[in-house]
Design a protein around this ligand. Structure first.
Ligand code: AMP
Length: 470
């Protein structure tokens, strides 16, 4: 039934329709076709949708419609819509979508996350903010300092709620919920529906409609997953060999560090393979250019860090390589989800050093299958001299799940999308270099995984908020 839906039939305001057309979207995705009418109706919503399904527009478009068509008094630092997300990269991405789809509206938005200087956020909150996209920890900081006023929130979105719970944000979420007006609309998006999510949904949502789209084909169905055991020092040569040997024309390679991404791209270029690196230290312009070349076949290999790869959406990407395994198993799923999209088959190859075997075990536990170990072809001759640089060691074996995540340690300079952490929708242009981490206590995923252990939840929500009134 959803395949018949058109954007025109959804009844979205004209300026939003124009922005959708500018974005090049012709048809709503299934989650959009289902969620948009429900959100426009004003009731609560429980949506099962993963990244890549178009879920962001699924809630952003009707929210923009509501806010732009239902006038309300707006005051500085008093948002009408609050979108809570687990990570700063997702925060930046969601706010980017708000800006994209709201570009013909006079609404304003702001992104707020930890790990960056809080002062620009104070400043931004002195102006009007209609839509606030925030990670829970930094939002709490602002609530504590009374720099944000949540008493005007008409719509609350919990995006990637499962990940927020996984990262131990439940208490923070509860504190935020406690200060929101009872009369509001609640939208909960989650990729998975664990018991914990159901508990959260039961406490938060009032007579919710539920929508569900087929899980994106991630690890299980269509992606062929394999791995080579290989010493870290041999990985660069092996990858160059594999690209040539298999004549791969479009490969997305994930590295753990920005420096590693640069070195790998340099090495591939030296070996006659066109390659580009994207990561947080590159300007937005450089990233956009690299991505465009990769998409149109100008470069065969795009080397990316997890953070930088977040916004990459390429249809039918045939090959993903994990140059190093991520130390957070969920990131593996995100990475390999870049291939095998929209029902096409894809292949994900991981290069695994002995020191990464514990990560492999965690990943296999998460995806509930084992990754096929494939012998390196006899044609590959390992370099005589191991060329291992100090910062290209494989990630250290984890102490539980508390190890620092890619891009979160010292020296993480860039922000997702090159943003500063406090952007204003109507004015801000992505900066080429973001603010430096200030060691803020929350909002950054790495800090969250370090400091916040998932806690059991029970009886967390006392009030049952009602639906948004029109
Ligand atoms: P999301 O699941 O929200 O992360 O969206 C995944 C990707 O789908 C983003 O790159 C969007 O720009 C893109 N997208 C969202 N809606 C549509 C649509 N209706 N048609 C084509 N692309 C879309």
């Amino acid at each position: 039934m959803t395949t018949e839906t058109t954007f025109a039939s959804l009844g979205l305001a004209e300026p939003i329709m124009r922005a959708i057309a500018d974005a090049g979207y012709t048809t709503p995705t299934p989650i959009q076709a289902q969620a948009i009418p429900q959100v426009l109706e004003g009731g609560d919503l429980l949506a099962a949708a993963q990244t890549g399904t178009g879920k962001t527009a699924g809630f952003t478009l009707p929210i923009l419609h509501h806010l732009s068509t239902q006038a309300a008094q707006s005051k500085p630092g008093r948002p009408r819509c609050l979108i809570l997300v687990p990570t700063r990269e997702l925060a930046a991405q969601v706010e980017e979508s708000v800006k994209t789809y709201g570009k013909y509206l006079s609404l304003t938005s702001m992104v707020m996350f930890g790990g960056v200087n809080i002062n620009p956020q104070f400043k931004a909150l002195k102006s009007r903010v209609d839509i606030l996209v925030a990670t829970p920890g930094r939002l709490l900081d602002h609530m504590g300092q009374k720099t944000v006023d949540l008493s005007g929130v008409e719509i609350l979105v919990l995006d990637e709620a499962d990940r927020m719970l996984d990262m131990g944000f439940i208490r923070d979420i509860k504190k935020v919920l406690a200060v929101l007006p009872k009369q509001r609309q609640n939208l909960l998006f989650s990729a998975t529906f664990s018991d914990e999510i159901r508990t959260l949904a039961n406490g938060l949502l009032h007579n919710p409609k539920s929508v569900e789209v087929a899980r994106r084909n991630t690890t299980v169905e269509v992606i062929e997953q394999s791995m080579h055991r290989v010493p870290q020092a041999h990985k660069r040569d092996l990858l160059a060999h594999l690209i040539k040997h298999h004549d791969w024309q479009q490969v997305l390679v994930f590295t753990r560090t920005k420096h590693g991404a640069n070195k790998l791209a340099e090495k591939l270029i030296k070996d006659g393979i066109t390659a580009a690196a994207i990561h947080g230290n590159k300007s937005q312009g450089a990233r956009t250019k690299a991505l465009a070349s990769f998409k149109d076949g100008g470069v065969r290999v795009l080397v990316a860090t997890d953070i930088a790869a977040r916004g990459i959406d390429i249809d039918q990407l045939p090959q993903v390589v994990n140059f190093e395994l991520p130390n957070v198993p969920e990131d593996y799923v995100h990475r390999i989800g870049r291939t095998g999209r929209a029902g096409t088959t894809g292949s994900a190859l991981s290069l695994v050093d002995d020191e990464e075997m514990s990560y492999l075990r965690d990943i296999e536990k998460l995806i509930k299958r084992s990754i096929v170990r494939v012998e390196i072809e006899p044609g590959f001759v390992a370099p005589a001299k191991a060329d291992l640089m100090s910062d290209e060691r494989p990630p250290r074996p984890p102490q539980g799940r508390g190890g620092p995540r890619q891009g979160q340690g010292a020296g993480r300079g860039g922000q997702p999308g090159g943003r500063s952490g406090a952007g204003r929708s109507s004015q801000a242009k992505p900066a080429s270099a973001g603010a430096q981490p200030a060691g803020g206590r929350s909002g950054a995923p790495g800090q969250s995984t370090q400091a916040r252990k998932p806690r059991p939840q029970a009886a967390l929500f006392s009030a049952k908020p009602g639906t948004r009134g029109h």
